[in-house]
Design a binder for this molecule. Structure first.
Ligand SMILES: Nc1ncnc2c1ncn2[C@@H]1O[C@H](COP(=O)(O)OP(=O)(O)OP(=O)(O)O)[C@@H](O)[C@H]1O
Length: 318
């Protein structure tokens, strides 16, 4: 769907993208990075709206440097910022966008009605958009990206400004763009956690450089820490240490140190979970030692920790 090779974009004072090489297949892909990481710059280059300084990029097999117009016919784009005219209705606006994409009048009206229904806008679609909530505006922006039935949509921070329920609704809609319509999605966010649930593949960039590109399951697996808390017993007055020794002997990777648990409830061990077998192993080991299991829960790393890990690798490599 998208391939870039050593793609760079340098502004006079900032390198927004630094030799980025990516290969993104069909499905839902998340492009994650902090503010200023280069996400919007990447999208503008992929749409053929802004030239790269070095390197190359292809979208649907078309070169962004020479085929911008053809790419924009086949690709939908949801921009980050509020760009909706306040005094027209969602229906008028989306019909207009459909016409701009080349659909004849009747098809444009039909596709608009279908798309607005899909994103969950019903009678309010006839009201001027100036009075819409942020969630409704984001839905209109998604609808206009989908109305010409593209093969791929590029969504720039679609959950920006939404409350947790609005965020979940938007992420559900995005997932269905792929599962119900077979339209591939590249979605940007500065929150890794929300994309983990929605995307098949996650690309993390920082300061314009690629930190990581992997399938979500690989990502989650390798960034999953399990927190385990046990009680002590007569046979094992320090249950945490007994469990640490038994799990180490069984080949489990434990983090150094313990987290303080609730008073009198022992301590929390942090260990690397490599899959469901780790859960079973912990459960069986705790039972074998005759300890009580207070908690076993998944801890997820935050994006900042992914960045930190990459920085450390870089320092080690220098
Ligand atoms: N036209 C421009 N001229 C100069 N610098 C720019 C321009 N556009 C972007 N930049 C800079 O390039 C870097 C990447 O910006 P970009 O907008 O791509 O980041 P982003 O990851 O999309 O972040 P955000 O979510 O905050 O928009 C930033 O340092 C930004 O200031």
């Amino acid at each position: 769907m998208i391939a870039t090779e050593s793609l760079s974009k340098r502004f006079p004072r900032v390198t927004a993208l630094d030799r980025l090489s990516l290969d993104i297949g069909p499905g839902v892909t998340g492009l994650v990075g902090a503010n200023g990481a280069g996400k919007s710059t990447m999208i503008k280059i992929l749409l053929g709206l802004s030239p790269a300084t070095e390197g190359r990029a292809e979208v649907l097999g078309l070169d962004v440097a020479t085929s911008g117009a053809q790419i924009r016919e086949r690709v939908g784009y949801m921009p980050e910022h509020d760009c909706l005219p306040p005094d027209v209705s969602a229906t008028e606006f989306v019909v207009h966008m459909a016409r701009m994409s080349g659909l004849p009048p009747t098809a444009a009206r039909e596709r608009t009605a279908d798309t607005l229904r899909h994103v969950g806008l019903y009678e309010e679609r006839y009201r001027p958009m100036g009075g819409y909530s942020t969630g409704m505006k984001q839905r209109v922006k998604l609808a206009q990206a989908l109305v010409h039935d593209p093969q791929l949509v590029l969504l720039d921070e679609p959950t920006n400004g939404l409350d947790p329920v609005g965020r979940d609704d938007m992420l559900g809609l995005i997932r269905r763009v792929w599962t119900d319509f077979g339209i591939s999605v590249l979605v940007t966010s500065h929150l890794l956690g929300e994309l983990e649930r929605t995307c098949d593949h996650v690309v993390v960039i920082d300061g314009g450089r690629l930190l990581r590109s992997s399938s979500t399951s690989d990502f989650t697996r390798s960034t999953t820490t399990l927190a385990v808390e046990v009680t002590d017993s007569d046979a094992h007055p320090d249950g945490t240490e007994a469990l640490r020794a038994a799990l180490t002997a069984a080949g489990v990777t434990l983090h150094a140190g313990v987290e303080d648990g609730l008073p009198g409830a022992g301590h929390i061990l942090l260990l690397e979970a490599s899959g469901e077998e780790t859960y079973d192993l912990v459960r069986d080991t705790v039972a074998g030692l005759g300890l009580g299991l207070v908690r076993m829960e998944q801890r997820r790393h935050h994006i900042a920790e992914v960045f930190k890990a990459a920085d450390q690798q870089e320092v080690t490599a220098r």
